[in-house]
Design a protein around this ligand. Structure first.
Ligand SMILES: Nc1nc2c(c(=O)[nH]1)N[C@H]1C(S)=C(S)[C@@H](COP(=O)(O)O)O[C@H]1N2
Ligand SMILES: [Mo]
Length: 409
């Protein structure tokens, strides 16, 4: 099921369970079908990180060509085969209070609840993991800087659907509750992908968590959760459950592996022998992030003038207030120009793109370009990855560095 498990250290573990070998006279077993045979076609420009399950990011320079990422280029992060969902028989199961449950068809979701649209950036917790693994190896897919993308999503507000099911707006004394989501993508044991968010994230006044059926004005593509996915503005990608099958409210977080035993941050002191996943909170709102998308690392740039481009984004609706860029490894700085939509304070769910055009210092053979962003709470990025290293390589948000060569005049 997971091609990523086809590795020496996994085969070594499996060796301990080997019971014997089939005799050559034994009739051969039917070859198991490829569980990924029904996956949709994908854009050839995507850089594939893992084919089965499908994980891919666009080339960095294409990422910032558009404020809203075209659906075909939007990064894709699947843990399992893409399920084939029949839109006519599809029902979203919403568990209401007191054991009552709703089964909502797509037509009902579209007609009963006002359509809400919001532009949201989605970032995987593992974005920029490759840089963290340069410090020390980590376990996870080697994402570059493009496991992040932005779309205009359209759908019903989760708040409206939960209210329809009988849930009240967040009450002060309600105690800790969680909204749990289950996908229709399942592993061989029948376990579905799942995740949860705090109740207040879903039900707080003005909450914009969506059950989305549209992405950039188009029907939700299969890779992105057709026919329905959760979009949780300002929160890590892992909670935006795709191919949504079931919603429930619980006093506990989702029991899913991906909620309880993954997508958490740890100290650099913690390794695979000492890690205890119960000791760290699940990642929800992400920290301030930025990266350079142009020029590419190792590129040769002409002398004279240089244009640097990139993105910056922060979780929790905290807008980006500034991006600083250095051409000399962080000794001197310039302020980049922010482009793209400026969203409302506290609801800045989407990234800003940025751009800086600056003179290349004369007699300079190489440039060490650095970017760092500041969010509305004046949170900043750490200057290096080593102090934030963690065994799963998540939350990698150090200053981004790109070294280039300057061509001779
Ligand atoms: N059902 C389901 N939902 C899922 C996942 C998944 O594998 N199955 N992956 C999660 C992760 S880790 C991320 S980063 C985002 C990626 O969304 P995208 O593929 O639309 O970019 O989906 C999330 N939702
Ligand atoms: Mo992710």
């Amino acid at each position: 099921m997971y091609a990523v498990h086809n590795q020496p250290h996994v085969l070594e573990i499996l060796q301990g369970y080997k019971v014997g070998e089939l005799s050559p006279e034994e009739p051969s077993l039917p070859a198991p079908g490829d569980p990924y045979a029904g996956d949709p076609p994908r854009h050839p420009a995507l850089k594939v990180n893992s084919l089965k399950p499908f994980n891919a990011e666009p080339p960095a320079e294409l990422l910032t060509e558009n404020y809203r990422t075209p659906n075909q280029l939007f990064f894709k992060r699947n843990h399992l085969p893409v399920p084939a969902v029949d839109p006519a028989s599809y029902r979203l199961r919403v568990e209401g209070p007191g054991g009552r449950a709703l089964a909502l068809s797509l037509a009902e979701l579209k007609s009963r609840f006002p359509k809400h649209e919001v532009t949201v950036t989605l970032q995987c917790a593992g974005n920029r993991r490759a840089e963290m693994s340069c410090v020390r190896p980590v376990k996870g897919l080697e994402w570059g800087v493009a496991a992040i993308s932005t779309a205009r999503w359209g759908g019903a507000r989760l708040r409206d659907v939960l209210a329809h099911a009988g849930y009240a707006e967040e009450e002060e004394e309600a105690g800790e509750r969680h909204v749990c989501f289950e996908g229709l993508d399942k592993d061989q044991s029948g376990a579905a992908y799942g995740a949860s968010i705090p109740y207040r994230t879903a039900m707080g006044r003005g909450a914009e968590v969506l059950l989305a059926y549209e992405m950039n004005g188009e029907e939700l593509p299969r890779d992105h959760g057709y026919p329905l996915r959760v979009v949780v503005p300002g929160v890590v990608g892992a909670r935006h459950v795709k191919w949504l099958g079931r919603v429930s409210v619980s006093g506990e977080e989702s029991p899913s592996h991906w909620q309880r035993n993954d997508y958490k941050g740890f100290s650099p002191a913690v390794d695979w022998d000492t890690v205890d996943f119960t000791t760290a909170p699940a990642i929800q709102e992400l920290p301030i992030q930025s990266a350079i998308t142009e020029p590419a690392p190792g590129a040769t740039v002409p002398p004279g003038e240089l244009t640097v481009k990139g993105y910056a984004w922060s979780g929790g609706g905290r807008g980006v207030v500034r991006v600083d860029v250095s051409l000399d490894g962080g000794r001197t700085w310039r302020v980049a120009e922010l482009t793209g939509e400026e969203q409302r304070p506290g609801r800045a769910w989407a990234w800003r793109l940025w751009c800086l055009t600056a003179p290349v210092p004369p007699d300079c053979a190489a440039l060490d370009i650095v970017c760092k962003a500041v969010d509305a709470s004046y949170n900043v990025q750490p200057d290096t990855a080593a102090p934030i290293w963690n065994l799963r390589g998540v939350l990698s948000n150090a200053w981004h560095r790109v070294r280039v060569t300057v061509a001779e005049d």
